[in-house]
Structure formats: structure tokens, C-alpha cells
Design a protein around this ligand. Structure first.
Ligand code: AR6
Ligand code: MG
Length: 352
């Protein structure tokens, strides 16, 4: 694995990762809740990635709205000010409530505001009769953190946990954010022209998740559910044969495609890894596009799974792989690039 990547390349990777979050979200949003269809999504991508024809711009949802707040927080008040982040989340929500926020998380925002941010972790702890949210809302917005803390792994983990717990305190919600962040971090450390070896990539993730799993989780028998999901990813690669590709139904049955972090973060990692190579019956030459297109084809929580897939793929490949045609169809591209550049400047990698 390459470690010493130069700063021009790193800047492009920051942009790629943030654009991956945004574009997965914008392009996936029209398909949220769909059963999944290769053919319909293929047609949609061929149009969007082809010669420009005027069509309504694809709007971003809560995934991007919250990612923006994390990036802004790191840029304005590095290394981290969690109360400021809570305020940014709430401000953004009340500015534009109709961005598709999860039903539970809006209660957290209301309480944060009415309790005047006295204890920013209390409202999230009260969710779902005190169990906390296990939704993927923590993981979907995490991309600025592994970028900013690329050179400080312990600080990265601390920031992931403390920022996630403002809205998601269930072990599965928090560990989903950790897994998504370390997958982005691993992608960031790869050279764009090299491929991740799926075995090595997953083994590393399993090794790192060992530190966070093993304790008791209410209502769940498996004490290490994320490591089990990662092993299922390995199985999916192992059973794939040249004439018998793993079907979308098999992937969804094995890993899930729902709003729960446990059944969506591993799916995003699988989509990124599988889309490094051609996928039978899916036409896309570019691995960045292929990863997002494939994630959306699986249906379910398409915007969030595609946003998470795109974040990892973008961190690996960098902006050069992000098609200009596709950019034209998404809201907030220019602003997201500016945020990525500002984040790069204040990060360890920006050479400040
Ligand atoms: N017990 C029962 N149900 C739960 C629990 C729990 N402990 N935790 C979560 N749920 P939420 P998010 C269910 O509201 O994670 C948006 O489209 C419950 O049905 O915290 O921020 C985003 O873009 C709850 O309403 O939201 C994401 O794609 C739901 O999970 C997605 O929704 C979501 O949890 C999740 O966003
Ligand atoms: Mg979503």
C-alpha cells in the first residue's frame, strides 16, 4: 500500500471523497426505497454521463447537509468543537427541513434547540426508549473526519465517536460510523492507479474493528456483528465464478440495503470493492461511476449507500475519475469542491 502520496494528489483525493458523498447522495436520491433495477439505473447513468441534455438538477439530501456541517466545523474550529457541530446540524436542519432527514433524528434537533445545547449528548441518548439510534445517519456524513485526521488515527476515531454520538448512541450506529471512516481512510492511502486487494482491505478492517466489538449488544446474539458482515463480504467474493456472477438479490440478502448502519455500511464497502473491476451486465468504464451506479442498482436506501460508496471510491481514485458530465447534474458541486479545498488547507496534509 502506498503511504507517501504527494500533496497535489491528496488534494485531489479530498475533492474526490467529498464529491463522492455528494454525488452518490444526489444521484441516488430519486431511487430511495426502490426494489433495485440494473436496467433502469443503467439508462439513467448513460443519460447523466452522456452528452449534456437539460434536465432538473438532482438535489442533495440530509447526507450532504450533515457532511457540510462536519466539514465547516473542522474548517472553522479545528481540531473539533462538538457543541459548535451540534449547532451547525440544527441550524442546517431548520434552514431546510425537507432534505429527507431520518424520522428520529429530527426529534434530537428539536430537543437540542429547546434544551439550549446544555448537554449535547442527552437528546440522542433518549432516542428509542434509551437504546439510541442504530441508523446509518452517523456513517453517511463522516467523510470529512478521515480526511482531516488522515495522519492521526487515534484522533480520527475519537472524532468519529464524539461527532456521531450527538445523534446516534446505539453501539451499532457508532460502530457503523467507525467502519465507514476507516474504510475511507484505507481508500485514501491507496494510489489511484493501484487496486485494493479485497482480501487485504477486508482483513485490515476486521483487525481494526476487533478493538470496538466483542461486548454485549442488546437484542443481538452476535457480539461482533460488523466483523461477521465483513466476513460475509469475503464469502461473496469467494463464491463468485466467471460464469456465475453474484446476483444483486444475493448481495442484498447477504448484507442488506436498509437504513440501519449494520445493513448498509458493509454493503457500501462491498460495492466499492466489487466495482474496482468490471461487473457483468453493468456498463461503466470508470470505477468511480461504476461504484455509485452499482450501489444504486441494489435499491433500498440508495442515496445513503451510494453516498458512502462514493466517499470511499472518491478517496481512493481522486477527482480525476469524477466525470464532468455527471457533475453537471448535481446540486452544490462547486461549493463541495471549495469545502474540500478549505478542509485540505487546515488538515495535517495541507502543509500548514
Ligand atoms: N430501535 C428501533 N428503531 C430504530 C432504532 C432503535 N434503536 N434506531 C433506528 N431505528 P434515525 P438516521 C429506525 O431517525 O440514522 C434518511 O433517509 C427507526 O425507524 O436516527 O439519521 C437518511 O438519509 C428510525 O426512524 O435516522 C438515512 O438514509 C430509523 O431507523 C436514513 O434515513 C432511522 O434512524 C437514516 O437516517
Ligand atoms: Mg438517506
Amino acid at each position: 500500500m502506498a503511504v507517501l502520496l504527494d500533496s497535489v494528489l491528496m488534494k485531489a483525493k479530498f475533492r474526490g471523497c467529498m464529491l463522492g458523498t455528494l454525488m452518490g447522495d444526489c444521484l441516488g436520491a430519486p431511487f430511495e426505497g426502490d426494489p433495485g433495477s440494473r436496467a433502469i439505473v443503467q439508462k439513467y447513468f448513460d443519460k447523466i454521463d452522456g452528452e449534456y441534455t437539460k434536465s432538473p438538477i438532482k438535489m442533495y439530501t440530509d447526507d450532504t447537509a450533515m457532511t457540510k456541517s462536519i466539514a465547516k466545523c473542522l474548517i472553522d474550529k479545528p481540531p473539533f468543537d462538538y457543541k459548535y457541530l451540534a449547532k451547525l446540524f440544527v441550524k442546517e436542519y431548520f434552514k431546510e427541513r425537507r432534505r429527507g432527514y431520518g424520522p428520529g433524528v429530527t426529534q434530537v434537533f428539536n430537543k437540542l434547540r429547546s434544551y439550549k445545547y446544555e448537554d449535547i449528548y442527552k437528546p440522542a441518548k433518549e432516542q428509542f426508549e434509551g437504546t439510541g439510534s442504530y441508523g446509518n445517519g452517523g456513517a453517511m456524513r463522516i467523510s470529512p473526519i478521515p480526511l482531516f485526521f488522515a495522519n492521526n488515527y487515534d484522533a480520527l476515531i475519537e472524532a468519529v465517536v464524539k461527532s456521531t454520538e450527538i445523534t446516534h448512541t446505539h453501539t451499532l450506529g457508532v460502530n457503523g460510523s467507525i467502519l465507514q471512516a476507516i474504510a475511507i481512510h484505507q481508500g485514501l492511502m491507496l494510489h489511484p492507479e493501484e487496486k485494493a486487494d479485497y482480501k487485504v482491505f477486508i482483513e485490515k478492517l476486521i483487525g481494526k474493528m476487533k478493538k470496538f466489538e466483542g461486548g454485549e449488544i442488546k437484542d443481538i446474539d452476535d457480539p461482533s456483528p460488523y466483523q461477521s458482515q465483513l466476513k460475509r463480504i469475503q464469502k461473496l467474493f469467494e463464491i463468485e465464478k466467471p460464469n456465475e456472477p453474484v446476483s444483486d438479490d444475493e448481495v442484498v440478502a447477504c448484507l442488506g440495503n436498509s437504513i440501519s448502519a449494520l445493513h448498509s455500511v458493509p454493503t457500501a464497502i462491498y460495492c466499492y470493492l466489487r466495482a474496482q473491476n468490471d461487473i457483468p451486465d453493468l456498463k461503466a468504464d470508470n470505477p468511480f461511476r461504476r461504484s455509485i451506479q452499482y450501489a444504486i442498482s441494489l435499491g433500498g436506501d440508495t442515496d445513503t449507500i451510494a453516498a458512502m460508496t462514493g466517499s470511499i471510491a472518491g478517496a481512493h481514485y481522486g477527482e480525476r475519475f469524477v466525470s464532468e458530465n455527471m457533475k453537471k447534474h448535481c446540486e452544490f458541486v462547486k461549493e463541495m469542491v471549495e469545502l474540500a479545498d478549505d478542509l485540505f488547507k487546515v488538515s495535517d496534509l495541507g502543509g500548514k
